[in-house]
Design a binder for this molecule. Structure first.
Ligand SMILES: [Zn+2]
Ligand SMILES: [Zn+2]
Length: 370
């Protein structure tokens, strides 16, 4: 089957023919029908982040189950599935509480090191990032990482639920638990930010301030439910957020771009009891400048908080079907998040476009095999 490989950090993806094993145990062979291009994949391809090579990246996957291993219990051939970029063992205390990203048995869903690899190029093993490897015609995935969805859900829109929607909307619903009448600022209006904006609107937030440096993203933010927009390239974003809230500041500020200065803007935008949420990945060694002294009229006296969120604090077994329902009921706009549909061979050009900014999401589509 064809797959886009990273053979060297900092080099483009190479589309090659590689071998995928038959499913054993609780593995599921998925015919990938749509695969979203998330920004974090290109961050890994450019910087490594400790991944072994060669590797198949891609973690926003929707497809059809082609075959299942003998011990698979919950997924069957023909199911439409969405994959999740978490590898929960399913039986530790964290998993049983639904805190899937805190699973205490990392790696337990991978094949044993002495087993035949799931993916091979010639006779050399190929790393399957996060147990997924979505930039390929097929993916061999443990059933704990898959959720069967309503077959009426289109594959392209389904694929981006796995990361962009789960991260953006999950930050609002699961982590911040935004309630009607609250105020939020969303800094960074790419795929994740737009999902946070529409989730905040669904949750009943009445002040939704979108912040970005690109005018076209801010325009899109308005169509997703932003009640005000701030161009941080041309104005002091924190001062403008305070102005828009009559000096009160927001209840929740979400940092979708992993840059410390952006997080500091978020902290300066908060009102009494407000919280800054760090959502976008930060570079190793990144630090934040926090002003805790009551003398500075900040964190302590205003009883504010800063917290991290990983993948929208998602319990994807419950969340993915919910997002599918919200889409099918017309309450979640995923259509306008997909800016272009591409072939696997166009992956490098599409990532270059993503890095230039201005587009929400490209999705690789694969035709049905039969
Ligand atoms: Zn676990
Ligand atoms: Zn992602």
């Amino acid at each position: 089957m064809r797959a886009a490989l990273i053979r060297e950090i900092g080099q483009p993806f190479q589309v090659e023919d590689i071998t995928i094993a038959a499913p054993t145990g609780r593995e599921v062979l998925v015919d990938v029908r749509a695969s979203g291009l998330c920004h974090s994949d290109i961050t890994v391809a450019r910087n490594g982040m400790g991944i072994g090579l060669p590797a198949v990246l891609g973690h926003e996957i929707a497809g059809v189950v082609a075959a299942v291993g003998p011990d698979v219990a919950h997924i069957k051939v023909g199911d439409h599935v969405v994959a999740a970029a978490l590898q929960p063992c399913g039986h530790c205390q964290a998993c049983l509480r639904g805190n899937l990203n805190a699973c205490s048995n990392p790696g337990s869903l991978d094949r044993a090191p002495d087993a035949e690899p799931r993916l091979e190029s010639g006779t050399a093993p190929v790393v399957q990032m996060q147990g997924l490897g979505g930039f390929a015609e097929q993916a061999l995935i443990h059933e704990n990482q898959l959720v069967a969805i309503n077959p009426h859900m289109p594959f392209e829109q389904a694929s981006i639920i796995g990361c962009a929607v789960a991260t953006g909307a999950g930050s609002i619903f699961n982590a911040a638990k935004v309630t009607p009448g609250q105020s939020v600022a969303i800094i960074g209006c790419g795929g994740v930010g737009l999902n946070a904006i529409q989730a905040a609107a669904l949750a009943g937030a009445t002040t939704i301030i979108a912040v970005d440096i690109q005018a076209d993203k801010l325009e899109l933010a308005e169509t997703f439910g932003a009640t005000a927009t701030v161009n941080s390239g041309t104005e002091d974003a924190a001062a403008r957020v305070l102005e828009l809230t009559s000096g009160a500041g927001v209840d929740h500020a979400f940092v979708m771009i992993g840059v410390p200065a952006v997080a500091e803007t978020a902290m300066a935008s908060l009102g009494f009891g407000g919280t800054t949420y760090l959502v976008g990945g930060m570079r190793p060694g990144a630090t934040l400048d926090v002003h805790p002294s009551p003398a500075d009229s900040s964190l302590l006296s205003k009883q504010q908080g800063v917290r991290g969120i990983w993948l929208g604090s998602s319990n994807f077994y419950a969340d993915i079907p919910m997002y599918v329902d919200l889409y099918l009921q017309g309450k979640l706009n995923l259509d306008d998040l997909i800016s272009q549909r591409i072939d696997l061979d166009d992956i490098n050009e599409a990532y270059e476009a993503l890095e230039r900014g201005g587009i929400a999401r490209s999705v690789i589509t694969f035709p049905a095999s039969s």
